[in-house]
Design a protein around this ligand. Structure first.
Ligand SMILES: Cc1cc2nc3c(=O)[nH]c(=O)nc-3n(C[C@H](O)[C@H](O)[C@H](O)COP(=O)(O)O)c2cc1C
Length: 168
């Protein structure tokens, strides 16, 4: 099994989530490769794909969105999972945050799309980013739930183990 875990991240926290997912797949005996979506030309070499992006102003970052859209036919032919990372503070169940990942999931007929809480560090933000976070009253801090991410990754490993015909 060779799983692509492709991410788009501006400040690094979504890339780190991709790393947690990759580590869980490895721990379950599955070969997996973490890559920036920007660096992925094709998903053809992979038996399954996980693509994730940070959410900015309700949208995925362009490299992850473009990868899923450009490679839609090839992604559809494989087991695929998508995740979004963004919400800060209490709720991770805002439909607006899930919208783009849900739309892309439909495009590729993927197995699941999950929204995970994100991280915002004041010192890493530019003036514009700070102004927007102030405006939408989002709190700084690392709100990520590593256990939730790892549990999701275990469910991916279990699904892949149940589809051995797809193992390469
Ligand atoms: C300018 C700005 C806009 C954002 N817009 C959203 C948003 O629309 N929805 C959301 O859930 N999170 C939003 N966030 C939070 C980010 O998605 C969150 O900080 C995320 O973890 C960043 O991931 P990264 O470190 O991989 O770039 C926004 C953050 C900034 C700075």
């Amino acid at each position: 099994m060779n799983v692509l875990v492709a991410v788009s991240s501006k400040h690094g926290s979504t890339r780190e989530i991709g790393g947690w997912i990759t580590d869980v797949l490895h721990a379950n005996g599955i070969a997996a490769e973490l890559a920036d979506a920007d660096d992925v030309g094709s998903v053809e070499p992979y038996g399954a794909v996980v693509v994730g992006s940070a959410i900015y102003m309700g949208r995925w970052l362009a490299p992850a969105r473009d990868l899923v859209t450009r490679e839609a036919d090839a992604v559809r032919a494989r087991p695929a999972w998508l995740f979004s990372s963004g919400p800060l503070g209490a709720g991770i169940d805002d439909a607006a945050d899930a919208a783009e990942g849900d739309r892309l999931l439909g495009l590729v007929g993927g197995r699941d799309h999950r929204v995970f809480a994100g991280r915002a560090v004041r010192d890493e933000m530019g003036f514009g980013e700070r102004a927007i976070l102030r405006m939408v009253k989002q709190p700084y801090g690392d709100h990520r739930d590593r256990a939730a991410v790892e549990a999701w990754a275990v469910s991916i490993a279990e699904a892949l183990a149940a589809t051995p015909a797809l193992v390469r």
